[in-house]
Every structure is written in structure tokens, then in C-alpha cells.
Design a protein around this ligand. Structure first.
Ligand code: PHB
Length: 383
């Protein structure tokens, strides 16, 4: 039988792919527009940096990236994640920044069994009631930095605090974690101020803070909104009299734009700019060389999402279908993060040190370890 040139080419292409393992499809669902756009870029950069350091392959498989802009819009999240799962048939989902969008991703991942690694969004539910053997987080729960700051501020002897944040899961849960530890330590939250995400009309709320005269303010904002909040807080004349504290997102990846208005701010987070460990120094150098940018916590979380994927994939020799073996490998791993080594809780959330940092120039300088190996309680997780 004589094959036509076209059929011959098709037959050759078929045998070619049959020999090499197919590319691993990674669906990166991240914001590339809106107030969290820069966070999405840093996560993407960090993820690709780790893969590049492994020679562009994980467990012998080349990586194909499919990127979707989720716009940090929960209303579009289910459609967006289903495109990746059903249309693109991704092997693994990586995303996202916004807690509301991440919860839609977790629901879809749980229903379809698709592997999901969350490289930022702290929604407590993702490693609580929504936890699953195929869902992992490389970042934090919203409760964690809030709880650490509650302990720090109570120990400072602060008594009356006003909280201010966006009204959605991340803001609510960050404040809840803060309040739990702060009130346990003898402090009192006298007022909880909110505005809808991603609004940045802070004036009326700043006037209310000035009138309330608390000892201090605790806040959760991030990205573009965090830049504006810190600048507006200073412009309103509050910085001198009422110290502003927060979960570290308020000053992470934002200092270039905040300038002197952020100076001296203390925050808690699972990363700092001056850890000075060989592991972090190597990461920071490689990131700066590759992207001509300084890394931030989001870059670290993206990098570690790729590390977690690599750990699981190596254990199953690239076969993502072997979910129990994949999970078992990640569960017993010590992840060699630039932030310092961490392990996974039973619910697949990092058990990690929370650092107290202080803004000095363009850096979140390490002050101390605020809470050692802090584990999210993982309430409601059954698996
Ligand atoms: C979230 O929505 O969970 C979130 C967003 C931005 C952050 C941290 C948490 O910097």
C-alpha cells in the first residue's frame, strides 16, 4: 500500500507523540487586569522560574501553559475555570489571587477531580470545608497573617483598634483571625470598617477613623488598592498619630509606589525581603536576573506552587491520574521555599513561620519571627 504524503506525515507525527510523554498542560488562571494584576504577573513569573530551573520539564514532561485572565471577578469564575477544565483539558489548574474566584475554582476542581494548586488566595474554606485530596495551597489562609498580627499588637499593649478592609472573604477572614488573637490577648476591636471590593473611595472611612481615635488600625488591602490606601492614610494626616498595621500584603510589591508614606509600617507575613538565607538569596538573585524586578511574596508563592507540583509529579513519574500517590508525596514533603522550609497541614495548607516585618526604604525588613510554625485550624475539613 502506498501512503499519500499527508497520511504519511500524520502517521509519523502519531508515532512521534506515542514515544515521548505528551506535554503537561498547566492552566494558569490569574488576574492580568484590575487591582490584583501585578500579583498575577509575579505568581506567573515565580512559577515559570522554578520550571526553567528544572530545564523546562517536570518529571520528564515538557510544560504547556494556558493562561486565562480571571479579572478577580467571582461572577466570571465558573465559566473561566470550566474553559480550562473542559475545553482545554488541562492536567493541573494553578490559581488564583482572589478568594471569591478561588472558591469557584475549588468547587470545580473538587467536582471534576482536576488537580488544583492555589498560589495565593487565602479563602479559609479552600483548606476547610472545601478541602480535597487533589487541592493544595502554596500560600496561606487568610486567618494566618491576621492571627499573627493580633498576637503582636496585643503584646505591644495596644487596647482599642479599628479594622478596615474590603468586604469579601479575604478581608473578613483576615479581620476575624486578627480579632481572635487580639481579643484573646486583652485588646478590643472597637469598630470594623468595610467597603466593597475593589473600591478605593476611602475618604469617609478615614474621617471616621480620625473621629474614633483608636490606639491603632489593622488593615487588609493588597495590590493597587493597598497603594492608594497607604497614600490616602498619610495624606489624611493619620500616619503621625494612629499607627497603621496590617497583614503584609499592604506593603508587599507596593513599596515602589507607596514611597515614604509606607515607611516604618509593621506587618506580618510568611515572607520578608531580608531573610538572608542562602536559599532565599539564590532565589532573589535568579528572579531579579530573569525579570529585572525584585521578587515579592506572590513570586515566592508561584515558585512554590511549581515546587509542589514537581514533588507530586516526581512521585507518580508524571502520571497525574495517580492522585493518592501524588497527595501522599506532597503531604510528607518538606518544601524548600525561599520563605524558609514548610510542611503541609492535613488540609493541604502551609504550616509556616509568620514574620514581623518593618518597612525601611523599599524593603519589608525582618524584625522577628512573630509566630513559629503557625498552622491554620482547617475547621470543617474532612478527607
Ligand atoms: C485573597 O483574595 O484571598 C487575597 C488577595 C490578595 C492578597 C491576599 C489575599 O494579597
Amino acid at each position: 500500500m502506498k501512503l499519500s504524503p499527508l497520511a504519511l506525515a500524520a502517521a509519523l507525527a502519531f508515532t512521534g507523540t506515542a514515544h515521548a510523554q505528551a506535554k503537561l498542560k498547566v492552566g494558569l488562571m490569574l488576574p492580568s487586569s484590575g487591582t490584583y494584576a501585578a500579583l498575577g504577573t509575579a505568581i506567573d513569573n515565580g512559577f515559570r522560574l522554578y520550571v526553567a530551573e528544572q530545564g523546562g520539564k517536570l518529571a520528564g514532561r515538557e510544560i504547556e501553559y494556558i493562561r486565562v485572565d480571571d479579572e478577580s471577578d467571582p461572577a466570571k469564575a465558573t465559566d473561566n475555570v470550566n474553559k480550562l477544565i473542559k475545553r482545554d483539558n488541562v492536567d493541573v489548574l494553578v490559581g488564583t489571587v482572589h478568594s471569591g474566584v478561588a472558591m469557584a475554582m475549588a468547587k470545580a476542581a473538587k467536582e471534576s477531580g482536576t488537580l488544583l494548586i492555589v498560589p495565593n488566595a487565602g479563602a479559609d474554606a479552600v483548606t476547610g470545608p472545601m478541602c480535597a485530596p487533589n487541592i493544595f495551597r502554596s500560600s496561606f489562609s487568610n486567618w494566618q497573617p491576621g492571627y499573627a498580627m493580633g498576637e503582636v499588637m496585643a503584646k505591644k499593649g495596644l487596647k482599642k483598634v479599628v479594622t478596615i478592609t474590603w468586604k469579601y472573604a479575604a478581608g473578613d477572614e483576615s479581620v476575624r483571625g486578627f480579632k481572635e488573637a487580639f481579643e484573646k490577648g486583652g485588646g478590643q476591636v472597637v469598630k470594623e470598617l468595610n467597603l466593597p471590593f475593589p473600591n478605593v473611595e476611602f475618604q469617609a472611612l478615614l474621617t471616621e477613623i480620625a473621629a474614633t481615635k483608636p490606639d491603632a488600625v489593622y488593615t487588609f488591602f493588597a495590590g493597587g488598592g493597598a497603594v492608594k490606601f497607604v497614600k490616602d492614610y498619610a495624606a489624611a494626616g493619620l500616619k503621625k498619630n494612629i499607627p497603621l498595621y496590617g497583614a503584609g500584603f499592604i506593603t508587599d510589591g507596593t513599596l515602589e509606589a507607596q514611597g515614604a508614606d509606607a515607611s516604618g509600617m509593621q506587618t506580618t507575613l510568611h515572607y520578608a525581603d531580608s531573610l538572608g538565607t542562602p536559599r532565599d538569596n539564590a532565589f532573589r538573585l535568579a528572579y531579579a536576573k530573569t525579570y529585572k524586578l525584585q521578587p515579592d511574596v506572590y513570586a515566592v508563592q508561584g515558585y512554590d506552587a511549581a515546587q509542589i507540583l514537581a514533588i507530586g509529579l516526581n512521585a507518580v513519574k508524571g502520571d497525574v491520574g495517580k492522585k493518592a500517590e501524588f497527595a501522599a508525596a506532597v503531604e510528607k514533603a518538606k518544601i524548600d521555599s525561599p520563605r524558609g522550609p514548610f510542611t503541609m497541614s492535613k488540609a493541604h495548607n502551609p504550616v509556616q513561620d509568620m514574620y514581623l516585618r518593618e518597612v525601611s526604604g523599599k524593603e519589608n525588613k525582618l524584625v522577628s519571627v512573630a509566630t513559629k510554625a503557625l498552622a491554620d485550624p482547617g475547621k470543617g475539613c474532612r478527607m
